[in-house]
Design a protein around this ligand. Structure first.
Ligand code: MRU
Length: 363
């Protein structure tokens, strides 16, 4: 997608052919900066500190992290250690495990001297595949928006609520939940997005609003607790969110607070869709309650970064001094609250049969 007229992906191999460039998401929305990853540890730190975040992008970064590790040492032992190190950086997004499995398969039977080139090739393919997958999610999800638009008066916008950031900066390009929105907007369908701020890290206010704004999509940032009220008053036509892991029975792990939005949507007959690539499906689990939920540092709850009037970016304390805090980063929305899953192969019910209808090879 474009920033100031220039097309960017969120991650790419640097011109030196060795290091990897990312958009540093910890600097957004106040500064648009790229950062260079030169070592395995750089890649691990970028994932842990959320310089890169969002399930597909975590996977893509881990893939390049394996390449960076191979530059140092292409032995079996080093590959195993690098994969184990990267896998533990964030536990909920299953795309991380998927990408590392792909990298292992791409190099494990090769002689050491061929591994680095094969790894860079597979990492680049993972990125390209993610772009195409998200584009296809967009084409399928677009039909939902078009159908709602067809029931509206001319010029009246389709109001979409989203949570967290499942946009292009959470993927390699396009995004999952945002891809149908960008396509609808580009087609001239009036859309308006309610952007949940998404405490504690404010991915909605900082990232989703940033990228929608950069693309000219009308949007409004709301506090996390406003969604239910807006739904009660008929101001939300559809919810579309992303996900970090969908179990084989259709349960959905996503950013903390997603579950409450799904409950409010159910109570108000607002359709609640989840957009995802196949890399987010965990075929090994049949119950969302056993998905590992990341606990993040409590400082994310107790402090907040922001920009002062003079442009300086600072972090301030916002809580009663000395009070303890908790920070579960994800929750699980049971499949029964999900209207449908929007995938690169089409839209299906959030059930085992629904997923099997699209991915029969996984049966
Ligand atoms: C297309 S990304 C989907 C999810 O990864 C996204 O909704 C989300 O919850 C991201 O969480 P984050 O903790 O910011 O990595």
């Amino acid at each position: 997608m474009k920033i100031n007229g220039r097309h960017y992906r969120t991650i790419w191999r640097a011109e030196d052919g060795e290091s990897v460039e990312i958009i540093d998401q910890t600097r957004l929305p106040h500064e648009f900066e790229t950062a260079t990853l030169r070592t395995l540890e750089d890649a691990g730190r970028a994932i842990l500190t959320m310089q890169v975040r969002g399930a597909p992008l975590i996977g893509a970064t881990a893939a390049y992290g394996v390449c960076l590790a191979l530059q140092e040492d292409a032995s079996d032992e080093a590959v195993d250690a690098a994969i184990a190190y990267l896998a533990k950086q964030r536990p909920t997004a299953v795309n991380l495990r998927w990408a590392l499995d792909q990298m292992r398969k791409a190099i494990q039977n090769l002689p050491r001297e061929e591994r680095l080139a094969a790894a860079y090739k597979r990492a680049a393919e993972i990125c390209d595949e993610d772009v195409e997958t998200c584009r296809l999610i967009g084409t399928h999800g677009l039909k939902i928006i078009e159908e709602i638009a067809s029931r509206k008066a001319p010029g009246e916008p389709v109001n979409i609520l989203t949570h967290c950031n499942a946009g292009w900066i959470a993927c390699v390009d396009w995004g999952t939940a945002t891809a149908p929105i960008y396509m609808a907007h580009d087609k001239g369908i009036p859309v308006h997005v309610w952007v949940d701020e998404t405490r504690p890290r404010n991915q909605g206010a900082a990232l989703t609003a940033f990228e929608l704004g950069a693309h000219g999509v009308p949007h409004t940032i709301i506090v996390d607790n406003a969604g239910g009220h807006l739904m009660q008053h008929g101001k939300v036509d559809v919810c579309i969110v992303g996900t970090d892991r969908v179990t084989a029975n259709g349960d959905v792990a996503n950013k903390i607070g997603t579950y409450l939005k799904a409950l409010a949507a159910k109570d108000n007959n607002v359709p609640f869709y989840v957009a995802l690539p196949h890399t987010t499906i965990d075929w090994t689990l049949n119950d969302g309650r056993i998905i590992p939920i990341e606990e993040r540092p409590v400082d994310e709850v107790l402090k907040m970064p922001g920009r002062l009037a003079d442009g300086t970016v600072v972090t301030v304390e916002i809580a009663a001094p000395g009070s303890p805090a908790g920070n579960p980063a994800f929750d699980v929305t049971p499949a029964r609250l999900v209207t449908g899953l929007i995938t690169e192969r089409g839209i299906c019910e959030a059930t085992s049969d629904g997923l099997a209808s699209l991915y029969s090879e996984k049966k």
